[in-house]
Each structure stands twice: as structure tokens, then as C-alpha cells.
Design a protein around this ligand. Sequence first.
Ligand code: 3DU
Length: 211
Amino acid sequence: MIVLALDVYERERALRIAEDVREYISMIKVNWPLILGSGIGIIRELKERTGLPMIADLKLADIPNTNRLVAKKVFEAGADYIIVHGFVGRDSVRAIMELGEIIMVVEMSHPGAEEFIQPVADKLIEIANEIEPFGVIAPGTRPERVRYIRKMLKKGIKIFTPGIGAQGGSARKALEAGADYIIVGRRIYGAEDPRRAAEELYKEVRAWSSG
Ligand code: 3DU
């Protein structure tokens, strides 16, 4: 299943792309670029136009009280899931979970993730297994890590893998390794024809999951 990472600034462009690719994706993820470019109201607008669940990728990483204050506004704005960092500790993560569904970062996809996050991934998996978020973020650029995280993670917790396409990760390899959702941004919204790019990816993913 495909999650569109809609990292554009402009409201019109975001709405147009979302509508164009709607039938090929399962959820839309908004991050700071779109929220800063178009305002927090874009979450509800996208949700109403597409009918899809919305992920707010804010990677919250603050003390429990601040996490709570921010998350309250973002859930009120229509987000169905908020992405949060686990390295700040269980209390900060739980503060958000009390308000709504979360996806917790266990390991990131960029090269720098090997510096600090990867070495503590086991501890982050342990937190995830204890608090049972809706899902976790694992690196689509490192299928062997996705496989490991899948093995260690409680069943039922979904794995979302960014890093597919522009960052070099392969959709098929991430799914084979145990990802439930692949997160894809530039490969779709940066394509000359986003609808075609989404359709191609959808067919690739479907061919794999049905075969
Ligand atoms: O590289 P792309 O254009 O497909 O975008 C990936 C999106 O996923 C983007 O919003 C980025 O901020 C987010 N993300 C990662 O790329 C890697 C992570 O570990 C977590 C989130």
C-alpha cells in the first residue's frame, strides 16, 4: 500500500496532485513543507477532497506537555495519525497517544541515521512493543533493517517505510522485507506526470503482493 508524501509548498498543487493520484494511494502524509507553505487547514482540505486518511509527519520530539499541546491542534485539524520520535522517551510518546493514533520513528532512511538512531533502534522497538502504536517508521533504503524490525516488532504494529524511489529504496524489497506501507514522495509528486508515476508504482506493488 502506498502513502503519498506530499512535500510541496503550494495548496493548489498539493490538491491537484492528491486528486490526480487518489485512486492509487492509501493515505496522504503531510510534512512541514506543505504545512508551512499552505497552513494547517490543508490537512482537512486534502482529507475532504480525497476521503483518505491523513498522516501529519511532524516528528514530534519534545517534552510531554509541548507534544500534547501541538498534537491536540494537529488532531483537531483533521490528522488521523501523527508521526513522533521515540528517542525522547515513553512519557513524551504516550502524551500524544492519549490524544490519537501515532506512528513512531524506529529508524530513519537517510545515511545519517546510522550515527545515532540505528544504534538505539532495539530500544525504540522495545518502546513500540510496550506502548503499541498504530505503526512505526523503518528505513526503506535498508531492507535488511526492515526485515530485522519486522522480526522484533509485535505482530499487528504496521511498518511504514520511507526512502522508496528518490532516496534509492526499492518498493518490492521493502515489501518483501515486511513493510505494510511504502511512503513515496518525489518519485510521484516530482514526476512529469504524477498520475502515471503513481499508477506505475501501484501496479508494481500490486503485482508483487498478489504474486
Ligand atoms: O524521499 P521522498 O521524496 O520519497 O520523501 C520521503 C518522505 O518521508 C519525506 O516527507 C521525508 O521527510 C519522510 N521521511 C523520510 O524520508 C525518512 C524517514 O526516516 C522518515 C520520514
